[in-house]
Design a binder for this molecule. Structure first.
Ligand SMILES: NC(=O)c1ccc[n+]([C@@H]2O[C@H](COP(=O)([O-])OP(=O)(O)OC[C@H]3O[C@@H](n4cnc5c(N)ncnc54)[C@H](O)[C@@H]3O)[C@@H](O)[C@H]2O)c1
Ligand SMILES: [Zn+2]
Length: 364
């Protein structure tokens, strides 16, 4: 069990990484505010973990309402937000009440938006139940909902007061979702340090088996890496947070071109490999690092070649579209070395094309 307090601007978040921590969420929420909580979850997670969360609040005599939305990205919508506002009104959730998110990143983004806007912002806690959300979505204060026109177009920053990560919750995830979530851990390792990369090489199989203490150690390290970056640029104003997009420019393009049939983390794995090759070609990254990254992705059973038939032109087009929507600049996150990310708009199209082609060519 480990507690960590992370700071972003004036907001401070207590992060607890604790096997069986789900049963102690009530203790971690502390004595601040009223003991009224709207718990927001989804139709998969509610039946698995809702009862245990509610039981953890019983000793503190909380007044709790648990409400869920259908699992899946389509629920991250303004109509779900509206439904939760009505519930909050019915239960007379006051300014000193809480919203608690129980679920993956879809739930925490949605619940965070409700918490940020109900009564102009009330206390928010997250109990992430996916690897993706524990390593990424629960840290950093971004909340969001989707519109038909695009993902995450509406949102505000609202930092949770408490995040309780119980790694035992990952036991009910599909192995493929665990692996995809771990792609974000490799991302954090590559932008942070050689030690982090070596650690992943040493313990890949133990982590995949969800073995302790390796899994909790990995979660804590990821929280630290992301929190350090976020602390320097809490509201995404200086560009510092952009390093967290490593692997995501090509990754997002592949996600779009394969019409979201692959997991986000699988696309990020391909995107990171592409970005590493690009870094080798234009930013001086040692070729041996590129080989190590490919080997590591393989050991995490993440893709190193795209199996679907996508033309390189399609990927290039999506990257160009992205460029247009950001006033002509694609901000590439490249690595000069492990732990030395650089952000640059100046990457020749030909080099990008070569890197993307390499992902198609290595398909089996
Ligand atoms: N706010 C941020 O900084 C940030 C960062 C990364 C991703 N995101 C957002 O997070 C979302 C993706 O998150 P995700 O990958 O966690 O997806 P998700 O929340 O949709 O969860 C994936 C699936 O797993 C199920 N599930 C969750 N926990 C489970 C468990 N313990 N056992 C069994 N099933 C479980 C869910 O019901 C769902 O069907 C996207 O909406 C993305 O935009 C936000
Ligand atoms: Zn990601």
């Amino acid at each position: 069990m480990a507690d960590l307090t992370i700071q972003a601007g004036t907001a401070s978040t207590l992060v607890c990484v604790e096997p069986s921590g789900l049963g102690r969420v009530g203790l971690h929420l502390g004595a601040a505010g009223s003991r009224d909580a709207l718990v927001i979850t989804d139709s998969h997670v509610g039946p698995l973990y809702g009862q245990r969360l509610i039981e953890s609040l019983e000793p503190g005599k909380w007044r709790v309402q648990l409400e869920s939305v259908p699992a899946g990205e389509a629920s991250k919508s303004l109509s779900s937000v509206h439904k939760f506002y009505e519930t909050a009104a019915r239960m007379r959730l006051g300014r000193d009440g809480w919203v608690i998110a129980l679920g993956g990143g879809m739930v925490s983004d949605l619940a965070g938006f409700v918490a940020a806007t109900w009564m102009r912002g009330i206390s928010f806690a997250i109990v992430p139940t996916t690897v993706e959300s524990a390593l990424d979505a629960a840290i950093g204060g971004k909340t969001a909902v989707n519109l038909v026109s695009g993902k995450n177009l509406v949102g505000v920053f609202h930092f949770p007061k408490v995040v309780v990560i119980d790694p035992e919750c990952f036991g009910t995830l599909e192995a493929r979702d665990v692996r995809a979530g771990l792609a974000e851990s490799i991302k954090h390792a590559l932008i942070s340090s050689h030690d982090a990369l070596t650690w992943h090489e040493a313990y890949a199989e133990a982590v995949l088996r969800l073995e302790e203490p390796f899994l909790s150690d990995l979660i804590l390290e990821n929280v630290r890496v992301k929190a350090d970056v976020v602390a320097e640029d809490p509201f995404e104003r200086t560009g510092r947070r952009m390093v967290l997009n490593f692997g995501h420019t090509i990754g997002h393009a592949i996600e779009t071109c394969t019409e979201y049939r692959l997991r986000h983390g699988e696309c990020v794995a391909l995107g990171m490999l592409g970005a590493c090759r690009l870094s080798r070609d234009v930013a001086g990254l040692d070729a041996r690092i590129v080989e190590r990254v490919a080997g590591l992705l393989g050991r995490f059973e993440l893709p190193v070649g795209l199996q679907e038939s996508v033309a390189v032109d399609e990927i290039m087009n999506v990257i160009q579209l992205d460029k247009k929507s950001r006033a002509g600049q694609v901000q590439w996150v490249l690595l000069e070395d492990v732990g030395k990310p650089v952000i640059t708009p100046d990457v020749p199209d030909e080099a990008v094309r070569t890197a993307c082609e390499s992902l198609l060519e290595s398909a089996g």
